[in-house]
Design a protein around this ligand. Structure first.
Ligand code: SER
Length: 313
């Protein structure tokens, strides 16, 4: 039976590519894109699109009933740097949208949920290298606190109400179709655009700040793989650690210089440095590998080649 899918936050960095991929796979008519504002014209024109405030339960419930939605991908969230500026707005958006979707599933109005978590669930007391699935988690950012709480609630709804919710702790995501907005890992996208337009980039993180990162194609594949796996394989109902590569601003600059030899990087750390310093530098994702066969394909070199190939055309 064909399933109808709703993507909330479809105009964001992940939502855009997820919408295109799911429409290609299942057909445009069954993948309903929604966002609080109209973003990418191509996306809005490529299938059903609805304006939706994810914190409005009644509006969400109506949309789900109208389109007979089975699965929801909740990609709307306020990211780490913006959330530090608007703590209450971030908390309200990140938590209430999740509760709305979890409660729809509890009421059996939808049958499956994808909700993204993040490396931001870890904090300054977490061991930084090959950070394990189960370790100290004392996030020090509003965004991280909302994601950690969200993970606890996902697991709770699974245990108490049998809600089929699946989640991944995304690292920083690198993509060329849509810019990220308001995150700490955004530099790793901006740097490619600036390398092409200006031949130089001023990084808001220091040269040696190593963070876990992933190319968007890997992230989308992981998302579909975790959603398509048999339910009994998904043993973790909070959120899975996921990894592909880790690098510093200096290392990404070196990989860019292979393509643009004159490229120059300088460093002016701002308030985002403290956020980055509280996160792991690398992640152990062996549980995702063991439970549902996860394996990353893109390293830094391949990511840089793909970024330039697509941004240049
Ligand atoms: N990429 C996100 C951010 O920087 C982390 O999940 O906020």
């Amino acid at each position: 039976m064909q399933k109808n899918i709703l993507i909330i936050g479809a105009c964001g960095q992940i939502g855009t590519e997820l919408t295109f991929t799911l429409r290609k796979k299942h057909g445009s008519d069954v993948v309903i894109a929604s966002d609080i504002r109209e973003g990418n014209e191509h996306l809005v024109g490529s299938g059903p699109f609805e304006l939706l405030d994810a914190t409005d339960y009644d509006a969400l419930e109506e949309l789900v009933a109208y389109y007979e939605i089975d699965e929801v991908y909740l990609m709307a969230a306020m990211l780490s740097a913006t959330a530090e500026k608007f703590p209450m707005r971030a908390w309200n958006l990140n938590m209430n949208s999740l509760f709305n979707v979890l409660n729809l599933a509890k009421e059996k109005k939808i049958s499956k949920i994808f909700w993204p978590s993040s490396i931001a669930v870890f904090g300054p007391n977490t061991p930084k290298v090959h950070t394990l699935q189960n370790t100290i988690m004392e996030p020090s950012t509003v965004y991280g606190i909302s994601k950690q709480s969200g993970e606890r609630w996902c697991e709770y709804y699974y245990n108490k109400y049998g809600v089929d919710v699946r989640s991944i702790r995304y690292p920083g995501l690198i993509s060329w179709k849509t810019m990220p907005g308001g995150g700490t890992t955004d530099y790793a996208v901006e740097i490619y655009h600036k390398a092409l337009s200006d031949g130089e980039y001023t990084s808001f993180l220091s040269a040696d700040t190593k963070l876990p990162m992933m190319f968007m194609d890997d992230a989308i594949r992981a998302t579909l793989e975790v959603m398509e796996s048999d339910a009994e394989k998904i043993k973790i109902r909070s959120s899975y650690n996921l990894a592909a590569m880790s690098f510093t601003p200096l290392e990404i600059a070196e990989s860019i210089a292979i393509h643009i030899p004159k490229f120059k990087i300088s460093y002016q750390p701002d308030s985002r440095q403290a956020i980055a310093d509280s996160w792991p530098s690398s992640i152990d994702d062996s549980k995702a590998e063991k439970d549902w066969g996860w394996k990353a394909e893109f390293d830094l070199e391949r990511t840089t080649s793909e970024m330039f190939k697509n941004l240049n055309t």
